[in-house]
Design a protein around this ligand. Structure first.
Ligand SMILES: NC(=O)c1ccc[n+]([C@@H]2O[C@H](COP(=O)([O-])OP(=O)(O)OC[C@H]3O[C@@H](n4cnc5c(N)ncnc54)[C@H](O)[C@@H]3O)[C@@H](O)[C@H]2O)c1
Length: 379
């Protein structure tokens, strides 16, 4: 039996949103052992939190530089093999760069970096090092997203003619109207978030979903962004028209001021022979529409699903699986890649998805600042 992959974590402390999702996901299939990390920039809090996880403090470090230095001294059977980077956005690039340079595999939160240039640089190093690099677009791990992707690539809905994607949240509404409250979130601080708030945080998820499920690349976009107030420089709402090279067209709408919305990411793909619709707040239902048959609802775990969809389901049909399971599926795929086992590229989003995401953000900002003009994405 193969030994567990040694995993380190940067960020994701007890005060964080995303840490628990990664820890549960890493433990879900018994493929990883979390051995240490830097959960928090405050060393005392870092140690305290590590204790609550039952971790030995000898592998809890002051900062990522000392983690890399000390871990690199260990022999290969002890050393952390892969590190999850779960910090605010501005730290992804320096952390991932140094990790790659020192021969660690990386699982990185989105957005990959704060600029496209940094993303390309990371990709270059990742290629040179032949490292496994995942970017956690969590929603891609859902069984019915995998099923939708497979059905579209099998031509079940024919040629794609329209794509409608959205990611709507409302959590910024109680914050944005009061200037004093805006500093309560790093997401509105360009120093920590990068040049975008809404697009970087959630627009990239919708963009990644569009390219994943359609199997097509967005060719051009036209963006109309909203900061709501002149004294807020960060986008909090986005309406984007997209075009693909085959002349299919679509929209990506993302917002953090869609009052009352929670995590309403949804994608509809309309083809010449039918359509498929999926939404993450009801993730176990995939809707199949056609011109001449009643609506069909596909669910996970049934034998009519594809191999890759079934691989993402653990329990018999009717036992709802959710966001933890979706992230668990991503970690499972990454484990296969690290262990040099056979895996399907669709099992986890990789660095090229992160690079595409950064191009999407920068081109949308560019389109908006030039007066809502069409801008081409890089090939
Ligand atoms: N995949 C998803 O669906 C999803 C969802 C939420 C957040 N995210 C991404 O995850 C990242 C973190 O977001 P969050 O909401 O958890 O943020 P958060 O502010 O809730 O938590 C950030 C964590 O990083 C730690 N941290 C900060 N500076 C650090 C440093 N120098 N060294 C070590 N730890 C440090 C903080 O102590 C905290 O524990 C962001 O990039 C965000 O875009 C992704």
């Amino acid at each position: 039996m193969s030994r567990k992959i040694k995993l380190g974590i940067l960020g994701g402390g007890g005060d964080s949103l995303i840490g628990v999702l990664h820890r549960v996901a890493a433990n879900m299939f018994d493929k990883y052992e979390i051995v240490g990390g830097v959960f928090n920039p405050n060393f005392k809090e870092n140690i305290e939190f590590a204790k609550t996880l039952g971790l030995n403090s000898s592998r809890i470090y002051e900062d990522y530089e000392s983690l890399i230095e000390e871990e690199s001294k260990l022999n290969s059977s002890e050393k952390m093999q892969v590190i999850s980077v779960l910090t605010p956005n501005f730290l992804h690039y320096p952390m991932a760069k140094k990790l790659l340079e020192n021969n660690f595999h990386v699982i990185c939160e989105k957005p990959l970096t704060t600029t496209y240039k940094e993303a390309i640089e990371l990709q270059q190093i990742q290629k040179e090092k032949n490292a496994v690099f995942a970017v956690t677009h969590t929603y891609t791990g859902y069984p019915m997203v995998r099923q939708m992707t497979k059905m579209i690539s099998d031509g079940i809905i024919g040629d794609i003619q329209k794509v409608d994607a959205q990611y709507l949240q409302g959590w910024l509404n109680p914050i944005i109207h009061d200037k004093n409250k805006r500093s309560s979130t790093w997401r509105l601080d360009p120093e920590k978030s990068g040049s975008s708030c809404c697009l970087g945080d959630i627009g990239t998820h919708a963009f990644n979903m569009v390219e994943l499920v359609t199997g097509m690349k967005v060719d051009k976009l036209l963006a109309d962004l909203n900061t709501l107030y002149e004294d807020n420089q960060m986008d909090v709402d986005a309406n984007i028209l997209i075009r693909f090279s085959n002349n299919a067209k679509g929209t990506i709408r993302s917002s953090q001021i869609a009052t009352g919305e929670e995590n309403n990411i949804r994608i509809n793909v309309y083809g010449s022979k039918g359509a498929l619709k999926w939404e993450q707040e009801n993730p176990n239902y995939l809707y199949q529409l056609s011109d001449d048959r009643p609506l069909q609802v596909l669910k996970p775990g049934h034998s009519y699903n594809s191999k890759i969809s079934l691989d993402g389901t653990k329990l018999p049909p009717g036992h709802p699986e959710g966001i933890f399971d979706a992230m668990g599926n991503i970690y499972k795929g990454v484990a296969r890649a690290i262990n040099n086992e056979t895996y399907d590229k669709a099992e986890f989003p990789a660095i090229e998805d992160g690079v595409r995401g950064m191009d999407f953000i920068e081109k949308a900002l560019d389109s908006n600042s030039k007066g809502n003009v069409w801008v081409e994405l890089n090939k």
